[in-house]
Design a protein around this ligand. Structure first.
Ligand SMILES: *Cc1c(COP(=O)(O)O)cnc(C)c1O
Length: 422
């Protein structure tokens, strides 16, 4: 459920008509709903509690939507943060996420990032390889600290979904095998600079089938039990993110309740804290990308192009993953639907949001909303083609605020400087 609905013939976010935001801020612009973010977080948390989990750590995957105002909305509800860089740690801290709810993931952490995480005192550093374990040990020792680590396991399951967002197969770059994890965990227990506190996995994104998750989680439970049998303390099992969301016209994902119930079943009686790293399931349907129709271009051979002022640099998912976004008129016109190719102004053929999609009638100047754009939308935006970085707006009830302004052309140019010989 989300809070983007027609009100008096016009699409609104909570109590704010989208046209009002377009007028005040211009387009393209991302618009997020506070009520939807809050609802998605609480539905997941309540489902996990109802499944019998004690004190789960729900660390929102910052990479899905890294706007500090969005992070603060979730932090105020008790959410932690799953981060993959020093920049994301800094964002989480700026949003008020306590360090003991920050989980640091990622395959290529640098020495400086590890030092920053150790000094911050994050809940755990998820170590993805043996060299990284040694690096964390050395860096923490140098700082006179003992870093809390979890070993990230690659459970070697195939979770479906797009190949570019699958992470849980042995051929992917993430994590170590189960046997490797056991060995590393035992080694880590004897290192002066680290304290192994748990194991972690994350098998992919936009997963719409519980079976591969269940298979991976059962294997993770087995690993925790083997480690405990060897006398190694295990406090936390991090099950990652990846739960799919209902994108219009796409396979239905399991509900948070079914996901939580499955976890409750698989983990029954296992005495560890469970951690989660949901991104998409919290943010995707809490945001839209609002754009305007520049013009409608009809080719003599019959193709009809809806040319928008938003482009692939603002919303990369269709170009990168062939992602499907429902495209809705903000003020629907009466009339027959017809097939459109919806494109942006960037000079790449890949700058196509959809082809041959039946859409209601549009006129130049109309506003359109790309639905389900709150995750991996603004966070992946760039200034390709020297288009100023897309702004972001947060709505709460009948109020809205710009939470990332659109840079001016002067701002954009001021970031560059001439070399001394020019
Ligand atoms: C991307 C990522 C997530 C979030 O995935 P979603 O599909 O958005 O839930 C969680 N954990 C790790 C390690 C990730 O890389």
């Amino acid at each position: 459920m989300n809070h983007f609905e027609l009100r008096e013939g016009e699409l609104a976010c909570e109590g704010v008509p989208l046209s009002r935001i377009a007028e005040a801020v211009g387009t393209p612009v991302y618009v997020y709903s506070t009520a939807t973010l809050e609802r998605h977080y609480t539905v997941l948390r309540d489902a996990l509690l109802a499944a019998g989990l004690k004190d789960p750590l729900i660390a929102f995957a910052v990479k899905a939507n890294s706007n500090v105002a969005v992070l603060r909305t979730l932090a105020d509800l008790g959410a932690g943060a799953d981060v993959v860089s020093e920049g994301e740690i800094r964002r989480a801290l700026a949003a008020g996420v306590p360090p003991e709810r920050i989980v640091f993931s990622g395959v290529g952490k640098t020495e400086a990032e590890i030092a920053f995480a150790v000094e911050t005192g994050v809940a755990e550093i998820n170590v993805e390889s043996e060299p990284e374990l040694h690096l964390v040990n050395r860096v923490a020792q140098g700082l006179g600290r003992r870093a809390v680590v979890a070993i990230r396991v690659n459970p070697d399951v195939s979770a479906g979904g797009h190949a570019k967002i699958a992470t849980g197969k042995a051929e992917n770059k993430f994590g170590v095998s189960f046997s490797e994890a056991e060995r590393l965990y035992a080694n880590a227990a004897n290192m002066a600079g680290v304290r192994p506190a748990g194991v972690a996995c994350h098998i992919g994104s936009q997963i719409t089938d519980l079976a591969p998750m269940e298979a991976a989680f059962a294997k993770m439970r087995g690993l925790v039990e083997r480690l405990k049998r060897e006398g190694l303390p295990v406090e936390r099992l991090d099950l990652g993110g990846g739960l799919g969301v209902p994108y219009f016209n796409q396979p239905e994902p399991p509900s948070p309740a079914d996901y939580a119930a499955m976890i409750g079943r698989v983990m029954a009686g296992l005495d560890v804290q469970l951690a989660f790293e949901p991104g998409r399931v919290i943010a995707a349907n809490a945001g839209v990308l609002l754009a305007r129709v520049n013009h409608i271009h009809e080719r003599p051979e019959g193709r009809r192009f809806l040319v928008l002022d938003a482009a692939m640099n603002d919303l990369l998912r269709p170009a990168m993953y062939d992602a499907y976004h429902d495209i809705r008129p903000v003020r629907p016109r009466v009339g027959e639907a017809a097939p459109y190719d919806v494109v942006g102004p960037v000079c790449e053929t890949g700058d196509t949001f959809t082809r041959d999609r039946d859409l209601p009638p549009f006129e130049p100047g109309d506003l359109v909303a790309f639905m389900s754009a709150g995750a991996y939308g603004a966070a992946m935006a760039s200034e390709y083609n020297s288009r100023p970085l897309v702004p972001e707006v947060l709505v709460k009830g009948d109020r809205f605020a710009v939470v990332r302004p659109r840079p001016t052309y002067e701002d954009m140019l001021a970031r560059e400087q001439a070399p001394p010989w020019q």
